[in-house]
Design a protein around this ligand. Sequence first.
Ligand code: ADP
Length: 742
Amino acid sequence: MDGSPVERSIERIMRMSGMAPDGDLTDSFAACIAEEFGIEAVNIRDERMLGHSKLLEYVANTRQPYVDNQLSEYSSFPELIAYLNAGNRSCAVVPVAIGGRMVLVVEMLSKKQDLFSAGLVGGVTVASYVVGLLILQRRETEQNAKMTRYFNSAFSSPVPQMIVSNEGTILKLNGEAARAFGVTEQQRARLGSLLDIDMKRVKERSMSGRETLVGSRNGTGTYAVHASDAGGSTTYVSARSTRAAERMESIAGLMGKGYGAGFIEFGRDLRITYSTQSLGKIIGYDSGLALSRSIVDLVAERERGAFKEAVERVDKEGSSTGMVGFSTDRGTISQVNFIVSRAPEGYLMLFYDAWAQAYVGSMRSAFDEFLDSSSDMALKVDEIGGITYCNHSVEAVLGYERSELLGKDIRTIYADQSVLERDLAYVRNGGKVDNSYTMFTSKDQGQGARKVEATNSIRLFKTGDSPEYVIIAKELETGRLLKAQAEKIKKLDNDKEKLTAMGQQKSRFIYNISHELKTPLTNIKGFSKLLYSGEFGPLNPEQLSHISTIIDEANRLVEMINQILDASKLDSKRMKLELGEVDLRSMESSPSIRALAEMAAKKGLSFSWHSDFDVPTIIADHGRLIQVFVNLIGNSIKFTEEGGIGVHISKHGKRRVRCSVIDTGIGISEENRHRLFRKFYEARGQVHVKQEGSGTGLGLSITKEIVNMHGGAIGYEPVEGHGSEFWFTLPIKRKRKDRSTR
Ligand code: ADP
């Protein structure tokens, strides 16, 4: 058989990895290494053993093979003495650390002294790394079903394998065999039509561990065939292509999938004689282009010296491991771990992507994270329908706690189980379900279970023989609600705009109407006054009294119209302040206030105006402030039957003055206070003061607006016992931009 012990053992390891059941795997690997390298005893210890042996621990820590070619009883490690006592004369212990993690330790023992040459240890080390990679890969695969996504055909063997009936019909074949011979399982082809095989002879040779070279019927190649009884009158046949390139390629095909790993063979002159295609993945261009170039050319410039030294060490130590950066076609550097050993015509280098493990891990957690954070509902379900995972969205939409769902039958959360069964069956048979309409049932939280409309997509992930369904579901209701809500908001926005426009039109209309009303009123007032003064002849007392009423009512109407005009001006922000110096102390003597004082006196009420000596002049609109006082004092007179009204003006802090109008009137009930300054407000349930008639309900809102425009504040306090206090503050100086125009 051709190839070095390293190559042969690697091949055998790869072949076994496809078939051996879990527990036997490491034993088979060990036996294979023992056979190929001619070592009496090989044991593979995994990392769980490390704590139990000082020697293994030492090797694990140094990450270097430990070789003792002449065991003696004076050894520093108790294990070595035990080896000696068991009749051994030499030993070698090789650690396999991948991605910074100890995966296994290979322990080799021999009854001969000096067996473990550097070359042998180097070869075993390479083979052991392959075992390590496979074990790791296998563990990763076992760990999680999702990995199938990334290790698509994880552990399908790269060697064509078949189960053949005693009559020579192929009953089962793996993907590799189907590809190599161009047949399918359904065809039930005869083995004899593919290979020129003498089954009896092959079986006999296989029993003594030998393979038989057999030509293929289509003349494409020669296969090393191994055949053994598989029970039930069937035979297991493996047919390994003997073409070195194919062999290596199939190995690389497998390794490349898992770890971005592969081989490079190079001569003593360092020229590359063979490389697996997986090298291309790392250097970024076709691996064929690297052929016959020096391997050193592939290495990043500043690492070349160190790499050459590593290769030189192989001759002394049998193997050499390390990390090296290959320069890629993109000008970047791709880090790989490597292990080089001697090969018949030079060197064999096994490399594996240094970041591969991190990548594999990150892909896995990326998928998990993706499901966790998805706003869609995500569930994982085992083969028999048990829920093994669900994300937050499932909890939120269906109202279950995660712990309630785990282990539960998926069917219990589907309203229409027949649809689910149909979808699962479809997926089981290799189909994909995308956005199929379905209905979930929520948890019954007292008011009965809700039905939740949704669409779901289902995929099946297979690892070994435990399939796992992944279900992603989009719930439809929320989407619809959100859409409806968005439409509502849009409509409200439109309505608001319309209302604003309408409001503006309305206040303009009111303003115009009010303005128009003023002209005829002025005429009514004017002519009434002329009549009253006797311009058109003398009138009797009764006539005079009636005309006086006309004049009073006309005055009231003018006042009301003025208020409406003010309010609509404020509404459309057209009111402007005319600022100047205002002396609040002297305001008492203005005609409007004097008229109010007279009115109070007529009603039998006292009226006082008190201003502190230190009240300064302020900057304000004189006319509008008079309006504020007239309004407040007017109200007080209106709602007071006994006692009187007092005005108090004082300095309020350093920057403000405070004015208050206090009466002994009917006061304002608590429930009415908060609405006081709103437009059109008139206290409800108030015993109305008939003599004055009702107002417009605009006075206080205009008052507040005027105070605010000055940068002041206004408020109401009930007066103990009986009555009201309306107060307002005004800044002494106005800040420059303080609402002077609006
Ligand atoms: P109007 O112009 O109709 O008087 P206002 O806005 O000035 O409107 O006043 C609104 C309401 O507040 C009045 O109708 C009255 O019920 C109440 N009110 C105002 N001032 C006083 C006060 N000093 N005492 C009692 N109630 C008052």
